[in-house]
Design a protein around this ligand. Structure first.
Ligand code: FES
Length: 226
């Protein structure tokens, strides 16, 4: 048990709260225990749905998987700072509207028009890419993301799996062209997305696979030759 300060961004201001209690708890439990009601999103409380993503001590993280004692050990002080994701419109307190991520998925045609083709060599990769929670942590960390033309890393991750499975040639071409237009020219390869992904998805592999499939002519010539 110990007393810590909790600094939470509410609207345009930061409010300071005292918390006196167990530190071996996640941020979602901390928010429940504060006397002031704070609105935030959560569902599974097991790091599986992505809805509790927020900025904790300047890092985008899942609140239900972020424990106070670990955070305080890193920051080496008795304060924890919590903010809503800054790249999305705030609905209330720590709850944000991430529908732009879903809209980008629709715009970039992230679905299959055919039965999925399966190649056993690709299964591990496809499984890793399937773990995206659409939590928005990658978008938050990306130095180049602003709402607008950049579709975001979740599109590169999803595309890199779907282009291995899709057999409808017209749709395959559309997905590659969308990647070329909505992702490739905007990404500066900082790979901050990979650093913060709560599911540890190797986003660099997703991006390079999509670059090979849709942008780099040399690799496309080799693939067409096979
Ligand atoms: S509540 Fe589902 S990931 Fe945190």
């Amino acid at each position: 048990m110990s007393i810590i300060k909790v600094k939470i961004k509410i609207g345009d201001e930061y409010q300071l709260f005292d918390y006196d209690g167990d530190l071996n708890i996640p941020v979602t439990t901390l928010l429940e225990r504060l006397e002031y009601p704070i609105e935030y999103s959560c569902s599974c409380l097991q790091g599986l749905c992505g809805s509790c993503a927020m900025v904790i001590n300047a890092q985008p993280q899942l609140a239900c998987k972020t424990f106070l004692n670990k955070e305080l050990a890193v920051t080496k002080n008795d304060m924890i700072t919590i903010e809503p994701l800054s790249k999305f419109p705030v609905i209330k307190d720590l709850t944000v509207d991430r529908s732009i991520l879903h809209e980008a998925m629709i715009d970039c045609e992230q679905w299959l028009e055919s039965d999925a083709e399966t190649n056993t060599n690709d299964l591990d990769f496809e499984y890793e890419m399937s773990m995206c929670l659409m939590c928005g942590c990658c978008t938050e960390a990306c130095p180049n993301y602003e709402m607008g033309d950049f579709a975001g890393t979740q599109v590169a991750v999803s595309s890199s799996k779907l282009v291995l499975q899709e057999t409808d040639k017209h749709h395959l071409k559309n997905m590659k062209n969308k990647y070329k237009e909505k992702f490739y020219p905007h990404c500066v390869k900082s790979l901050a997305c990979e650093d913060v992904c709560p599911m540890k998805i190797p986003t660099q592999r997703a991006i390079s696979k999509m670059n090979r499939k849709s942008v780099w002519r040399f690799w496309q010539l080799i693939e067409n030759y096979k």
